[in-house]
Design a protein around this ligand. Structure first.
Ligand SMILES: NC(=O)c1ccc[n+]([C@@H]2O[C@H](COP(=O)([O-])OP(=O)(O)OC[C@H]3O[C@@H](n4cnc5c(N)ncnc54)[C@H](OP(=O)(O)O)[C@@H]3O)[C@@H](O)[C@H]2O)c1
Length: 246
């Protein structure tokens, strides 16, 4: 049965980086709508709070820069549920630093966190999503496709650009299997653990719409991208940014 035909209550989603921020927002929305939602966290100490907000047994602890952790976590979800319909990959560390002070190790860390975590999760989830004709959602950042020069976020944007190209290659490769991949590129999505830039009133005042995104606007877009309403969309990068970087 394809995920288009499956009752929403039986669908299984894995939200990576679901312990806070956008990932947690997506997890809460899908959970409220009856999905069987699994999330990843990096610290065991976060498990109890997450299980109170979501469901017991659906929190998986690991570092997704590790291929082994990614394989173990996806394996845990598949063993518990017998299927996996959607992966929302919300992991994506941010860095702002002048390019002249951005060390090779900082570049490496951006590519590990933004690109390689996605590569590891896809490697682990590929066969499960093919079996369910499922969907992937990744997160870029606003302005990504216009290749703007930004001296203080070069390492971060470089890694997100690589993720965009990866997502598009994946979308092409998986299309014959009925699997879809798309990306959301937010502008500002404030939350408790957001970077200082995201919370800066001075920067937010420059957003053409005059306000940052509400969590439900971004989470709702992710939900839409894994549901049947978007079934004919692959390889797309949707900006949810109120015009930031337009
Ligand atoms: N919020 C925004 O305004 C905004 C704007 C543009 C793009 N985005 C993108 O949207 C996505 C979500 O943003 P966000 O603000 O929710 O990010 P966030 O607050 O930094 O949350 C990211 C999550 O990923 C986890 N994580 C980071 N590295 C990991 C790793 N190696 N293995 C496993 N988990 C890891 C973090 O865990 P810990 O809690 O342990 O660190 C955290 O739960 C990111 O890709 C981000 O780049 C966000």
């Amino acid at each position: 049965m394809s995920n288009l035909e499956t009752d929403t209550r039986q669908r299984v989603a894995l939200i990576t980086g679901g312990n806070q921020g956008i990932g947690f927002g997506v997890a809460r929305l899908l959970h409220a709508e009856g999905w069987r939602v699994h999330v990843t966290a990096r610290q065991e100490a976060q498990r109890a709070d997450l299980e109170r907000a979501l469901d017991v047994g659906r929190v998986h602890v690991g570092d997704l820069t590790s291929a082994e952790d990614a394989a173990r976590i996806v394996g845990e979800v598949a063993a518990a549920e017998g299927r996996l319909d959607a992966v929302v990959h919300s992991v994506g560390p941010y860095l702002t630093a002048p390019l002249s002070e951005t060390t090779p190790a900082m570049f490496e860390s951006m590519f590990q966190g933004n690109l390689m975590t996605a590569v590891h999760v896809v490697e682990a989830a590929r066969e499960h999503l093919r079996a369910s004709s499922g969907a992937y959602v990744f997160f870029g950042c606003s302005g990504l496709e216009r290749w703007r020069a930004r001296t203080v976020t070069t390492a971060y944007i470089s890694a997100k650009a690589a993720l965009l190209v990866f997502m598009r290659g994946l979308a092409l490769q998986e299309a014959p299997y009925g699997v879809r991949a798309n990306m959301i590129s937010p502008g500002f999505v404030p939350h408790g653990g957001a970077a200082p830039d995201t919370l800066s009133p001075e920067l937010q005042a420059k957003i053409p719409q005059g306000r940052p995104a509400r969590m439900e606007e971004v989470a709702g877009t992710a939900r839409w991208l894994i549901c049947e309403e978007s079934a004919h969309m692959i390889g797309q990068n949707l900006e949810v940014s109120g015009g930031w970087m337009l």
